[in-house]
Design a binder for this molecule. Structure first.
Ligand code: ZN
Length: 323
């Protein structure tokens, strides 16, 4: 979430905000930067801004609340009025058929229906021509957010129908806050080499994250009694990786939550939907927020982990009773 918060404060987003304020929201934007991950996250920030219910009430900042129904549905990637393409790696005929089918359905929770198309430059000319056709005939209540890492590979005919928005790299302090949230410390080398590009910088710190993922996933699968929790507490609470683990735990729970609505192709994640129901996941996600706050207030990581893991076990037990 820190990524989205920092993007919303960034210079590029402020420029975008001006467009919204002056009612110059185009129905088709082409978000462009050399960084794929940054493009995608920027699009998410834009939809939060457009979809959030709370800021309607004359909130001067216009910052999305991150807690209303629309915001939560976007954060957990299952908002019915927002569709993301391509469904696989590149844009295919199936994708354009799916867009055409969905474009005809009125938005359910918002004024607009929003279609995000990632990596426009990686789709074939044929696919881009299909998209062009869709853009030409799109109804008024539809917004397209296309993104690209290479404008030169996007058809001129598409470009002329869109408002191009070039992203500027994030600033050092914005990236520092993102890394502090993600890995619990600032990695100055990654920030320097990443040059303000989100995906590049995260990839530079990513190796460490990858090895932690299995540990946290195994913990969720294997925690069964208070006895084996004591073993997990020792490892989980190591201070230098504590924040990484909390974030991975959050990420995995969000995946399980998502798998409750859309079947995941990750078997382990799908099987965890049997152990953790939706209410139970929300409860643990709140606990993670509390744990992060305690960590920032210098509470001992052993104490935080102890409370968190026992609480998860308890929630898991209560969930099993409700079945
Ligand atoms: Zn909101």
């Amino acid at each position: 979430m820190e990524i989205l918060k920092q993007i919303i404060k960034s210079s590029s987003f402020i420029k975008f905000e001006r467009l919204i304020q002056s009612n110059r929201v185009s129905h088709c934007f082409l978000i462009s930067s050399e960084d794929e991950e940054y493009n995608k996250q920027f699009c998410r920030a834009v939809i939060l801004r457009l979809a959030c219910n709370k800021k309607n009430a004359q909130d001067e900042s216009n910052v999305p609340c991150f807690s209303c129904d629309n915001c939560l549905k976007i954060l957990y990637s299952f908002h019915p009025d927002i569709l993301v393409y391509p469904q696989k790696n590149t844009f295919l005929v199936e994708d354009s058929e799916s867009i055409l089918k969905n474009i005809a359905i009125k938005p359910m929770l918002m004024k607009y229906k929003i279609f995000i198309i990632n990596n426009m430059d990686k789709s074939t000319n044929q696919a881009q021509n299909k998209i062009l056709k869709i853009l030409e005939d799109a109804p008024k209540n539809v917004i397209f957010l296309l993104n690209t890492t290479d404008v030169n590979n996007v058809l001129q005919t598409i470009i002329s129908r869109t408002q191009i928005f070039n992203l500027e790299p994030l600033k050092v302090d914005e990236m520092s806050k993102i890394l502090t949230d993600k890995i619990g410390s600032v990695n100055h080398i990654a920030i320097k080499l990443g040059k303000g590009w989100l995906g590049k910088t995260l990839a530079l710190v990513g190796d460490k994250t990858l090895s932690e993922y299995d540990f946290v996933l195994n913990l969720l699968i294997n925690m069964k009694s208070s006895k084996n929790i004591i073993d997990f507490v020792g490892k989980f609470s190591q201070k230098e990786s504590f924040m990484i683990r909390l974030n991975i735990l959050q990420e995995i729970l969000e995946k399980i939550l998502h798998a409750h609505f859309l079947i995941s192709d990750d078997e382990k994640i799908q099987s965890l939907t049997k152990t953790f129901n939706v209410d139970c996941i929300y409860e643990i996600l709140n606990l993670i927020v509390l744990s992060k706050r305690q960590f920032n207030a210098n509470v001992s990581t052993v104490l935080i982990t102890d409370y968190l893991l026992f609480k998860i076990l308890e929630v898991k037990y209560i969930c099993s009773l409700k079945k």
